[in-house]
Design a protein around this ligand. Structure first.
Ligand code: NDP
Ligand code: OXD
Length: 315
């Protein structure tokens, strides 16, 4: 980078060091201000980097040129009614991120498929029980809602474990060994054949609460749900009701409507629900910073930016 420019970091102040140190190293000609910690002139800010900036913040920066998201999901930006829609929003797309997400999905698929929770219980009870109903991998149909950057890698890794994998997206996909269902018209057929449903959709007006009772009823009996996308996709009460009625066999949830998940939530202690605290993928701050710095270099060189969000579509 050559001419100096200014970046506003919109992250919790106590975490800011995770990004300020690699920024100083990788972009010494960038003046970095941390929102909430440093005094800065809003007119001086050229670029912003953050995850869930406080509503109104980005719209108050009159000379902002590009916004970089620290996450793949950008619902935390677009839920701001004053998000400046004329400013390009670049999201985080990264092989390592997809790989971590795929690892999480494969792990929880296998834990469910191999009935590991049951064997954990047998161990606690000191019971040597081998007779559990076997599940054949080739007979287990996995359905992935959202077959984009991350969903594609999840599909390929599960296919390579010999599961029968399908994906649902807006546009038809052509991934070897993965069946493609596209659009609202094919959603029911997709759900009808999904024994394990994995949600990897972006959170938009079209996908909010897509994991609801009507959806669950279209899954086969004893289906299992994994939500690693956003809490806003799931109607939590419907999930609990569908499990308690015996229709669904359980769920793994990494994301929640309210994060941190309140101690009062029944999800914490439900015997058929596994809860993790939004850790399916923890990206390396250096990789996130490198991504943003490369974007700034491209912008300054007047080259097209990569991974720009289509603000009309919302992802
Ligand atoms: P992409 O934008 O690459 O993929 C999104 C997929 O969803 C695409 O296949 C798209 O279809 C499909 N889609 C979007 N809207 C619809 C719709 N209305 N109907 C049918 N299909 C739809 O996103 P990523 O794979 O990069 O990320 C997915 C999400 O994962 C993120 O938005 C984020 O919420 C979540 N995430 C969670 C993390 C965690 O730690 N728990 C970490 C990282 C991401 P099409 O291809 O046809 O456009
Ligand atoms: C993301 C996330 O969207 O970590 O990248 O949730």
């Amino acid at each position: 980078m050559t001419a100096r420019s200014t970046l506003l970091l919109a992250v919790p102040v106590s975490w800011a060091g995770l990004w300020t140190a690699p920024l100083a190293e990788m972009a010494p000609d960038l003046d970095v201000f941390v929102h909430g910690r440093d005094e800065y002139d809003p007119k001086a800010i050229d670029y912003a980097l953050g995850f869930r900036p406080e509503p109104g913040l980005l719209g108050s920066l009159p000379n902002l040129k590009v916004v970089f998201s620290l996450g793949a999901g950008v619902d935390g930006f677009l839920s701001d009614p004053n998000y400046p829609k004329h400013i390009p929003l670049v999201r985080f797309v990264d092989h390592q991120l997809s790989r971590e997400m795929a690892q999480y999905c494969v792990m929880h698929t296998l834990i469910h498929h191999r009935q590991q929770r049951l064997f954990d219980q047998f161990q606690r009870e000191k019971k040597w029980r081998q007779a559990v109903p076997p599940r054949q991998t080739e007979d287990t149909r996995i359905g992935i809602l959202g077959i984009g950057e991350i969903g594609t890698m999840v599909a390929e890794r599960l296919r390579d474990h010999d599961f029968r994998v399908a994906g649902w997206s807006r546009a038809r996909k052509h991934i070897a060994g993965v069946e493609s269902f596209a659009g609202q018209a094919e959603l029911e057929a997709f759900l009808n054949r999904s024994d394990i449903l994995i949600c990897l959709l972006p959170l938009t007006a079209d996908t909010r609460h897509i994991l609801n009772m009507a959806t669950f009823r279209q899954l086969p009996k004893d289906a299992f749900v994994i939500n690693v996308a956003r809490g806003g996709h799931l109607k939590e009460d419907d999930l609990i009701a569908a499990i308690d009625s015996g229709h669904l066999s359980g769920a793994t949830l990494d994301v929640f409507e309210t994060e941190p998940l309140p101690a009062s939530s029944p999800l914490w202690s439900h015997p058929k629900i596994t809860v993790t605290p939004h850790v399916a993928a923890i990206s390396d701050p250096r990789v996130m910073v490198r991504n943003a710095v490369e974007g700034i270099v491209r912008h300054k060189a007047e080259k097209p930016l990569e991974n720009v969000v289509d603000l009309a579509r919302g992802y």
